[in-house]
Design a protein around this ligand. Structure first.
Ligand code: PSU
Ligand code: MN
Length: 306
């Protein structure tokens, strides 16, 4: 594939794209806003190693000095990890403004999909996506990630939707937007910290090859928009449902009491859940991200063979 002049590729990613080799995108809001330092930087590095082990070049995305970067150096990962909440959380609405100001931003699922698509990357691994928040009938808090899945042709591998969200409404929204929800090795969509949500996914697929074939068919048929691949957290890190539900309820009450709104909501809830579970949720979060990276890399490697 030809390189896009609007993208600043790392040398390794540029080489892979030019030669149509397997590449997977990784987001950076998970580094700056989703996990604490230094676990965030360690996990980002681990993700890159796992991608390579499974046959794909890792391409972490971020906006740095106004440039749309696809593929970061260790120094850049460290910088975003240390910046934490001080880094701007950049979604679709923010990209052009940060670019015009020469500013920095960590990319969410939505904006990472945009950068990946511009760069020629078709598979993207993360932990969790944004969704329809509980109480959205009042607040209208629906993540821009869902709109992006509806329009941008990148497959997103995640561990399902967490119950800080309204999982049922998130699935309804994805259906409206024409986004197929695939569950890997199971019939149910997983709920991030736990392997089961009680909601059936649209399709069950059991091999990376099957998922790559579906992605390939969508491209060949010219059907635009994303696909959501949900991959359950490894059994040994799956949390007790009662424990995580209690922490989430408490975190939601705390957010309401403090009047947390807009883009601050998700990072606030994630940090509160981590505190309330004494770090157990962070361990699960790290394990599931690594697990998703491995699956995404295998899908990209299969896609390359087709
Ligand atoms: N869920 C997580 N970790 C995260 C996020 C979500 O478990 O780091 C981040 C992702 O970058 C996602 C964003 O795209 O939060 C969604 O934010 P919002 O709900 O404000 O759209
Ligand atoms: Mn929101």
């Amino acid at each position: 594939m030809k390189l896009n002049p609007n993208i600043t590729y790392s040398p390794e990613v540029a080489e892979a794209i030019k030669n149509d080799m397997p590449v997977i995108a990784l987001e950076s809001t998970i580094i700056s806003h989703g996990m604490p330092y230094p676990e965030n930087v360690e996990t980002a590095g681990e993700c890159c190693r796992i991608a390579r082990e499974n046959g794909a070049v890792p391409a972490t995305c971020a906006i740095l000095g106004g440039r749309l970067c696809v593929g970061l150096t260790d120094g850049q990962l460290e910088y975003l990890g240390k910046a934490g909440q001080k880094a701007a959380k950049a979604s679709r609405r923010d990209i052009a403004i940060l670019a015009s100001r020469g500013a920095d931003g960590a990319t969410t699922v939505a904006s990472t999909m945009i950068l990946a698509h511009m760069a020629g990357v078709r598979v993207f691994a993360t932990g969790g996506i944004g969704g329809v928040h509980r109480g959205a009938t009042e607040t209208m808090d629906i993540s821009a990630d869902l709109e992006e899945l509806g329009r941008t042709s990148v497959a997103v591998v995640c561990a399902g939707a967490k119950s800080i969200l309204d999982i049922g409404l998130t699935l309804e929204y994805l259906e409206t937007k024409g986004v197929p929800v695939i569950a890997y090795g199971t019939d149910e969509m997983p709920a991030f910290y736990t392997r089961r949500s009680g909601f059936k996914a649209d399709y069950r697929m059991d091999t990376p090859r099957e998922i790559a074939a579906a992605l390939r068919a969508r491209t060949d048929l010219g059907i635009e928009g994303g696909m959501l691949v949900t991959n359950p957290v490894p059994e040994e890190y799956s949390m007790d449902k009662a424990v995580i539900d209690r922490a989430i309820d408490e975190a939601l009450a705390e957010a309401a009491a403090q009047g947390i709104r807009g883009k601050a909501t998700t990072p606030f809830l994630l940090a509160a859940v981590k505190e309330l579970t004494g770090g157990e949720s962070l361990k699960a979060n790290i394990a599931l991200v690594c697990n998703n990276v491995a699956l995404a890399a295998k899908i990209a490697a299969e896609l390359y063979k087709m």
